[in-house]
Write a protein that binds this ligand. Structure first.
Ligand SMILES: [Zn+2]
Length: 79
């Protein structure tokens, strides 16, 4: 276990809030298609009617590739 693991744990814990806390809509992040730079928020996947792969990842509406989930950052800093 190194420093990066500790930082990741702290970040993960800080984003685990009760639903409704902060007045947001429950979104934990967004799904991305890296090839198409398409982004769909997790709470919008069902509204968009996207299919999902066996792992539960939504499929890109543009190229039908499984999309990558990215947590919404608290500070927005990914470094
Ligand atoms: Zn795509």
């Amino acid at each position: 276990m190194g420093l990066l693991d500790t930082v990741s744990e702290v970040l993960a814990n800080s984003t685990q809030r009760a639903p409704g806390d902060g007045g947001d809509d429950g979104s934990a992040g967004s799904y991305w298609c890296d090839d198409c730079t398409v982004r769909v928020r997790d709470v919008d996947v069902d509204d968009e009617g996207l299919d999902r792969d066996p792992d539960g990842a939504p499929l890109c509406p543009n190229c039908a590739a499984p999309m990558r989930f990215e947590h919404a950052g608290g500070s927005g800093c990914a470094c």
